[in-house]
Write a protein that binds this ligand. Structure first.
Ligand code: GLA
Length: 510
């Protein structure tokens, strides 16, 4: 008996040294036939299972299955001393293309430790059957080949409306959306041109047995909500993602793209923001991102309902160059705006201007407005509005419309400023001159006049000078100060601009 036990122990040591299996207090892990599920994974990326096999050539290969990213392949697997170590691809961290993970045999079960991007994983799993692990694997869904979506005449000027995200994030429900539609009308903002009421992330529930996406309990009847919004002379927008999960962790359209497009159209939706989110993992190169957006663009078109398609992939892979071709009417050029001057001005002055191609039917989107949310001074919000109007940017408000202050209303509903944003020529303005903290931006308008914006990015007031040559003229005939709503002398050249402030002129030449 003793001889047999010694033999078994000896064999175990040999196997352990070879990295095939390891023994720890109370549990035995065979690294070359590992099947473990995690009943309580960390929320992101939500690793549900780990499986490792020995391949024909003797090497180990393995996969993690996660709620966010589906199958995550392991590489460089090394098994020894009760521990398996491996690499997993990483995202969004320059210079860190992979992360090293490890799985350790413990008395409580298999301890898995690793991370992707900004989420860390530390969780314990239990041995599972092949059937249990297989059931957790999401089906790999191929993308369609890339084709072009024909132009449809929507968004001839940049879309105007409101979105729930900046003010409310996930704190949204049917009642609040109806209240926003009411406030859009009561404030006069609808009549100023803001027509979209967009529900951002957080409306989704689960899929039904037929695979159809259903709203969560906060949105009992999406079609009725759309009818209510339409009854106010407004349009309704929704939000989804090409990935398995949206950015806030709700179910995405992965594997259900055409079905979701039909569901949205059936509810009477007029606008879809399609946010890359967890799709960053699956669609990690230009070709796959384009195909993923094309798939939804084509699916929306196939519904026959006119639906504005808002691409949100943060400006990756030169999106402005192909956004229209995949059916997009606007495309985000940056990461998220926040309600502060530093971020707003970095997006508006530095990032968004790098993108060309804007014009009728397709617009560079530097993200939603923060006007009315309180994080910037009145002059900074004036800069925000002026910069977006000069950029032919979509004007999607992001504050609680019920609490619109007179100051915010004045900024958001100035008809002369909105006319610059909505000018039918659709040419995006640009900086023609930078002088210290001062910037002069110009934008040619359809009637032959020019919008000229003077920005002071510095912390103290300054004089900023304009020249007829800034817009290719020899002299000015009429200068209208749009925020002040008055005509100034055609000979005026130097304008006082407050710290972080802006002036906006509409100029005719001779
Ligand atoms: C991303 C987008 C935001 C918003 C959130 C919702 O961060 O860029 O505009 O839609 O997701 O989760």
């Amino acid at each position: 008996m003793r001889v047999i036990r010694s033999l078994v122990l000896l064999l175990a040591c040999v196997w352990t040294a070879a990295g095939a299996w390891a023994q720890t207090a109370g549990s035995t892990t065979r690294w070359d036939a590992l099947l473990v599920v995690f009943d309580q994974p960390t929320p992101r990326p939500g690793v549900r299972s780990i499986e490792v096999h020995r391949q024909g050539d003797g090497t180990l290969s393995g996969t993690l299955t996660s709620d966010w990213y589906g199958a995550m392949a392991m590489s460089n697997l090394v098994a020894d001393e009760g521990e398996l170590r491996f690499d997993v691809r990483n995202i969004n961290v320059p210079g860190v293309p992979t992360r090293r993970w490890r799985a350790t045999s413990t008395a409580a079960g298999l301890l898995l430790e690793g991370g992707v991007w900004d989420s860390e994983v530390k969780q314990v799993g239990r041995p599972a059957t092949p059937a249990e692990v297989a059931a957790l694997r999401p089906a790999e869904v191929p993308l369609p080949p890339l084709r072009k979506v024909a132009p449809d005449g929507l968004a001839a000027t940049p879309p105007m409306g409101w979105s729930s995200w900046n003010a409310f994030a996930e704190r949204i429900d049917d009642r609040k959306v109806r209240a926003m539609a009411d406030a859009m009308v009561a404030t006069g903002l609808r009549d100023a041109g803001y027509v979209y009421i967009n529900i951002d992330d957080g409306w989704q529930g689960t899929r039904g047995p037929d695979g159809a996406l259903r709203p969560n309990a906060k949105f009992p009847d999406m079609a009725a909500l759309a009818a209510y919004v339409h009854g106010k002379g407004l349009k309704l927008g929704l939000y989804s993602s090409p990935g398995l999960k949206t950015c806030a962790g709700y179910v995405g359209s992965y594997g259900h793209v055409e079905q979701d497009a039909r569901t949205f159209a059936g509810w009477g939706i007029d606008y879809l923001k399609y946010d890359l989110c967890s799709g960053e993992w699956q669609y990690a190169d230009a070709e796959r991102v384009q195909r993923a957006y094309y798939q939804m663009g084509a699916a929306l078109k196939a519904t026959g309902r006119p639906i504005v398609f808002s691409l949100c992939e943060y400006g990756r892979f030169d999106v402005a160059a192909w956004g229209r071709d995949v059916g997009g009417h606007l495309w985000r050029t940056t990461g998220d705006i926040t309600d502060d001057y530093a971020r707003m001005s970095d997006i508006g002055f530095e990032r968004n201007p790098k993108f060309g191609h804007a014009g009728p039917g397709g617009w560079n989107d530097p993200d939603m407005l923060e006007v009315g949310n309180g994080g910037m001074s009145p002059d900074e919000y004036r800069t925000h509005t002026t910069l977006w109007a000069m950029s032919a940017a979509p004007l999607i408000m992001g504050h609680d419309l019920r609490a619109t202050t007179p100051a915010a209303l004045a900024l958001l509903s100035n008809r002369a400023v909105l006319a610059v944003d909505q000018d039918r020529l659709g040419r995006q303005g640009r900086a023609v001159r930078r002088d210290g903290n001062g910037e002069v931006w110009t934008r040619p308008l359809a009637d032959g006049s020019f919008a000229v914006a003077l920005f002071n990015r510095g912390p103290v007031g300054a004089q900023i000078t304009i020249r007829p040559l800034d817009v290719g003229l020899t002299r000015f005939a009429v200068i209208r100060d749009l925020w002040a709503d008055r005509t100034v002398a055609a000979s005026a050249r130097a304008f006082a601009v407050p710290a972080h402030g802006a002036r906006l002129l509409r100029i005719r030449g001779r």
